[in-house]
Design a protein. Structure first.
Length: 725
């Protein structure tokens, strides 16, 4: 390897860019120089020539010496943190810590000798100060006073919990249900599950002893048609999707005239009828080829939202009471400029589409105020929609708690956002330009995966005191009692794919995991949240240990828990600090797996990496191991073939583990066979559009599910298994 290559790799490492990695098959891969340069370029680091690499190396080495105080400090309340301060050599300096709740104190200086360095022609010294353990949790501020220098030097400081605690659970454990609740509308909703349905599900499962309900992300989608079907590809993670609003649950609805109520009833009927209408073949997210899997209904967001939007526009015209107006104004004040920008983006994209004209591609409030009154009126309307989302989703959480849940709604945090979405538009500087997040090649995706989501830049997060992360977590925290982090490895490292390259040709970029996790835990602590990390797949061993130490629960999925090719991990050997499940939203329900429906679909989509016979043999081998474990540990009879009994045994198995949280998928409670999402497809399968159905393929409305005998018995069995008398 040449000296220039050595320096390029050294530069990459300095910015957290991986120069090599081990792939899924155990092969050591070296990242190409082309990839390293492209990733560094996305961080505004010059690395195209040896001279640029050398200059950039010098810059990164001297970077802390060019600042009096660090850009941001994130520490734990049980940690001794050394603050390195840089001033002209020979000058004295004092550092004061100002607390969020008021008060201040001077940090003690430590007797640490460091040789001075010449920086930009100035001999610069380093002084070391100490933030001792035991500081109050919160966002504080350091100020430095340098001898002979009147300029203010400041640095934000986050003191975070060393470990996140758990609520007081019965016997230290809890169980709950998992629902893609948009797929389970009631007969009173508008063709898609909404916040009122969410409250109903919470109340139902709570009556059986559940302490939480894990749901799909409710992040904001776009304000223009066609709507994105995937809840995991939002336009903003800081705001909420108004498709979940129940119009007739809005207080102002009660003030409408009979004529307008009749109009809204007609709109609701149209929205409800969309569930059984044919899906347009050209609709993104479900092509004609995808529709052939279904003889029944599909969730259709566009027509449902079109009718609901018309109803909301009618209700918007009703004056709010003094009390309601005060609540609305308080909401606007709490959300501040972020909501103003989001609503502006909604108004613009509603008119122009996601690809905005050049003059609107960056936020410019002054320019917006000069535009026509209709756009400004639409901005106000979109702000009002967010208030309704906020109130109705929070109400669902309150219903859950009032029904006896210890935790309530567990929200799901998506990995990232749409590259043309509101979050990226509002703050493009924090995102790496020309980069997409994805995954390296694996057994099922030989070319890797590109998720088309722009990643945060680690350096910009630090410069902004992790404000984007804080706001993202806070938005979810206000709505529930727990937060599931999809692909929690994203807080530690992400697979960056430079534009124009195949996904397999990307590389990992590391984030400051101490800071990222610390900021997450501080927001969680402030909102009494339980945090669950989805840590499935290839995860370095130290990561799970670290997350466990910080009080973040992991995830265990029965069908992934093998300690040998043909042997399931015994229940007693599961981790305690985890959420134990039978499957996930990216896997087929139990009935679909055992009947072979999953294989049939994947074969028709050319997603099998082997012949059908080989795939069936492998599935039989896997379930043979599972069956043996169920017979030994979950009371399944050796000759049992009844689907309901097998499902019961699977959930008895996960309930027999020491896992602090156990979750039941509602799709299994009705013996659904179709998967909600088929990884590896975009338009070929109707991902995120499959309503909850029974084993005969009939759509089950929420009222049907809550009255279903097997579903109720399964919930009752899980309560008895997790909390035996």
């Amino acid at each position: 390897m040449s000296e220039s290559q050595d320096q390029l790799q050294e530069l990459a490492c300095a910015y957290g860019v991986a120069i090599d990695y081990w792939d899924y098959s155990g092969i050591h891969r070296i990242v190409s120089d082309e990839t390293l340069r492209a990733v560094l370029r996305a961080m505004d680091i010059d690395a195209d020539t040896p001279a640029q690499v050398a200059a950039s190396l010098k810059m990164v080495e001297e970077r802390p010496w060019r600042r009096v105080l660090p850009e941001c400090i994130v520490t734990r309340n049980d940690d001794n943190y050394w603050v390195r301060v840089h001033v002209p050599h020979g000058k004295s300096v004092s550092v004061t810590m100002h607390f969020e709740e008021g008060g201040s104190w001077d940090l003690p200086q430590l007797d640490v000798l460091v040789a001075p360095r010449e920086i930009n022609g100035v001999l610069t010294g380093e002084a070391t100060f100490n933030i001792p353990p035991g500081q109050p949790l919160g966002w504080h501020r350091l100020t430095a006073q340098v001898e002979g220098d009147e300029r203010p030097y400041t640095c934000p400081v986050a003191v975070t919990p060393a470990r996140l605690g758990m609520p007081n659970l019965r016997g230290g454990r809890a169980w709950g249900a998992m629902s893609q609740f948009y797929a389970n509308p009631s007969r009173d909703s508008w063709g898609i599950g909404d916040a009122a349905d969410l409250a109903t599900i919470c109340k139902w499962v709570a009556s059986k002893g559940a302490d939480f309900l894990l749901i799909n992300p409710v992040h904001a989608s776009q304000a223009t048609f066609p709507l994105e079907n995937s809840p995991y590809l939002p336009c903003s993670r800081r705001f909420w999707n108004p498709i979940y609003i129940r119009p007739d649950a809005i207080a102002e609805y009660q003030e409408l005239s009979d004529k307008k109520r009749k109009k809204i009833a007609e709109l609701r009927e149209k929205a409800q009828s969309s569930l059984s209408e044919a899906m347009p073949a050209e609709h993104p997210g479900v092509s004609g080829s995808g529709a052939h899997f279904f003889n029944g209904d599909l969730i259709k967001r566009d027509p449902a939202w079109k009718q609901k939007l018309a109803a909301l526009e009618i209700i918007y015209q009703v004056p709010r009471s003094q009390e309601r107006e005060a609540d609305y104004q308080q909401f606007l004040e709490e959300q501040g400029p972020a909501l103003e920008q989001f609503a502006t983006w909604c108004a613009l994209t509603e008119k122009y589409g996601l690809e905005l004209p050049e003059k609107w591609q960056t936020p410019d409030s002054a320019q917006f105020e000069k535009c026509g009154g209709k756009l400004r009126q639409r901005r106000e309307f979109f702000k009002w929609l967010q208030w309704l989302c906020y109130r109705q989703l929070r109400q669902a959480q309150q219903v859950a708690l009032d029904a006896g849940m210890k935790i309530g709604v567990m929200h799901d945090l998506a990995v990232g956002v749409h590259q043309l979405g509101a979050d990226h538009w509002s703050d493009p500087a924090v995102y790496a330009q020309g980069i997409s997040v994805g995954a390296p090649a694996d057994m099922y995706n030989q070319l890797g995966q590109n998720w088309t989501q722009p990643p945060w830049r680690p350096d910009r997060l630090e410069q902004q005191a992790y404000e984007p992360l804080r706001r993202t977590v806070a938005a979810a925290a206000k709505m529930g009692g727990a937060l599931r982090i999809d692909h929690i490895m994203g807080l530690l490292r992400l697979w960056w794919i430079p534009e124009g390259m195949l996904p397999k040709d990307g590389t990992y970029v590391r984030y400051n995991h101490q800071a990222m996790v610390g900021v997450l835990l501080l927001e969680a602590y402030r909102n009494n949240l339980v945090v669950v990390g989805e840590d499935l797949g290839t995860v370095e061993p130290w990561v799970r240990d670290y997350l466990r130490y910080r009080g973040i629960l992991g995830t265990g999925v029965l069908f992934f828990e093998f300690d040998a090719p043909d042997h399931l991990v015994p229940p007693e050997d599961y981790r305690r600090e985890q959420l134990a499940a039978v499957n996930t939203h990216d896997m087929p329900p139990v009935a679909g797996y055992l009947t072979g429906e999953d294989l049939r679909i994947r074969e028709s989509l050319n997603l099998l990496d082997s012949t059908r016979e080989e795939a069936e043999a492998n599935q039989q081998r896997v379930f043979g191991a599972v069956r043996r474990a169920l017979i030994e540990h979950a009371g399944l009879a050796e000759d049992e073939r009844d689907m309901g009994e097998i499902i019961r045994a699977l959930y008895r198995y996960v309930a027999a583990t020491p896992a602090q949280l156990v979750v039941l998928t509602l799709a299994d409670a009705v013996q659904e066979q179709l998967t909600e999402n088929q990884p590896g497809t975009e338009f070929e399968y109707p991902n995120w559009c499959v309503p909850l159905r029974d084993q005969e393929g009939n759509t089950r409305f929420l009222e049907d599910v809550t009255a279903d005998q097997f579903a109720n018995q399964l919930l009752e069995m899980l309560e008895e298994a997790v909390h035996p008398a």
